[in-house]
Design a protein around this ligand. Structure first.
Ligand code: HEM
Length: 400
């Protein structure tokens, strides 16, 4: 992950320490002072949880974050994602607002992704990680790259070793494209509210390489007359039998949703628990032993889900998503104008959950798709991702 991770770490840091957060903290501090001096009503005008700088509005409180994500009054658009995606691998359904075109592109595929259960994903990743660790002498970070590559291949038939090669994050844009590495900068280009220039250049370049690779792969599969083996690539080919271009874009978009998020959230857990001579891992090993039984999804969920969730809540990836306001309106007490950029601080919502002892990954996944009125774009891969992360961590703690 190297440099990509550094950029993302920096972004997490910037967001965490941003003026918006400082403004929020100041508001709370000031409110407290006013309360002490008997002027608590003044705090009303300080709008904690939302702030503005020029044409950018940042929401950091959980209720406002969820309000923007739910978008019940259709006030916010995700079209900005596609304006960026155009420059790398082409438009994707995450960049479409509610409507028939979103339904056509998203519904069948999201259903296929949602059909991957946490338990299936856990079992696959537990076995692959144990194999990788046995082969590489226990090098955990390397195992993460290996396992992510193998899971991508199992679910999407990518990398195929011909049009898209296996490989990690890199700082150049030379063919052939690589999976999982080349998805990270396109993801930063699209998702980050303000990606740094070098990130955008690498994102555009590596995204275009991936697109060329995916186009060639799709052409070859279609010419063969056979459907691909992976359950998720198969679902995409079946959904759009006459549209090779849409197959290629959809495959890349879904994989971009999965790769950097999983890699970085697991990576952050590894960083956290390996410190102080693996103190965190040792604690988890004892907890698993006390629980008893052999590795299974239910056991991992009972023992590992809470510490994993709390670690992710501390430094979630993505730390923020963003929208564009469609209409003038009021949000959390401040005036928003059509065209304003709305930064939705997942980090802020997670820190509020942490402080409230709420053990939930809902903000990290952009909402809970199992709820009836979930946000339109809430992650369809949350179960698959939780299974992956628990499986990997369980294998590291219990490698055999
Ligand atoms: C820890 C891992 C993951 C995290 C934190 C995560 C997070 C997210 C978030 C926050 C969104 C919504 C973005 C927004 O509203 O702006 C999203 C959407 C999406 N994710 Fe995930 N994701 C993860 C894993 C996955 C996996 C494993 C898959 C597929 C196998 C996936 C596929 C998608 C897709 C296709 C969307 C777009 C859904 C739509 O627009 O209808 N994600 N994800």
């Amino acid at each position: 992950m190297g440099q990509g991770s550094k950029f993302k770490d920096q972004l997490v840091h910037d967001l965490h320490d941003s003026k918006h957060h400082t403004a929020d903290a100041n508001a709370r501090f000031l409110a407290n002072q006013l309360e002490l001096s008997g002027h608590s009503h003044k705090a009303e005008v300080l709008h904690p949880g939302v702030s503005r700088k020029d044409t950018t509005v940042t929401v950091t409180s959980k209720p406002l974050v969820m309000e923007v994500l739910h978008n019940a009054a259709a006030l916010y658009s995700v079209a900005g994602y596609n304006a960026r995606a155009k420059h790398c691998f082409g438009e994707i359904y995450l960049g479409l607002d509610a409507g028939p075109e979103y339904d056509r592109q998203a519904n069948k595929i999201n259903a296929a992704i949602g059909a991957v259960t946490a338990e299936d994903s856990f079992n696959l990743v537990l076995a692959l990680t144990r194999q990788a660790l046995a082969k590489n002498g226990g090098a955990v970070a390397d195992a993460l790259g290996t396992v992510l590559t193998e899971v991508c291949h199992t679910w999407f038939d990518i990398p195929d070793g011909k049009h898209i090669m296996p490989g990690g994050v890199r700082l150049d844009v030379t063919a052939p494209p690589r999976c999982p590495g080349d998805y990270n900068f396109p993801s930063a280009l699209i998702f980050y509210p303000d990606p740094a220039g070098v990130m955008s250049q690498l994102g555009a370049g590596q995204g275009q390489l991936l697109r060329a690779g995916a186009d060639a792969l799709v052409k070859e599969v279609c010419a063969s007359g056979e459907l691909p083996k992976g359950p998720l690539s198969r679902a995409v080919f079946e959904a759009f039998p006459d549209d090779d271009e849409l197959i290629a874009r959809s495959l890349l978009g879904i994989m971009m949703g999965m790769i950097p998020t999983t890699l970085i959230n697991v990576g952050n857990c590894l960083k956290m628990w390996s410190g102080n001579d693996n103190a965190g891992f040792k604690e988890l090993a004892v907890a698993l032993m006390k629980h008893g039984g052999a590795a299974s999804y239910d056991r991992a969920k009972a023992v590992l889900f809470k510490p994993m969730t709390q670690t992710i809540q501390g430094t979630p990836e993505p730390p923020a998503v963003w929208r564009t306001a469609l209409k003038d309106h009021e949000l959390g007490g401040i005036q928003v104008a059509a065209g304003d950029k709305i930064i939705v601080s997942i980090l802020g919502a997670c820190h509020e959950d942490l402080a409230d002892d709420a053990v939930t990954l809902d903000p990290v996944f952009g909402g809970d798709r199992s709820e009836n009125d979930h946000p339109l774009h809430a992650c369809p891969g949350s179960a698959a991702a939780v299974g992956f992360m628990l499986g990997f961590i369980n294998a590291v703690v219990e490698p055999t």
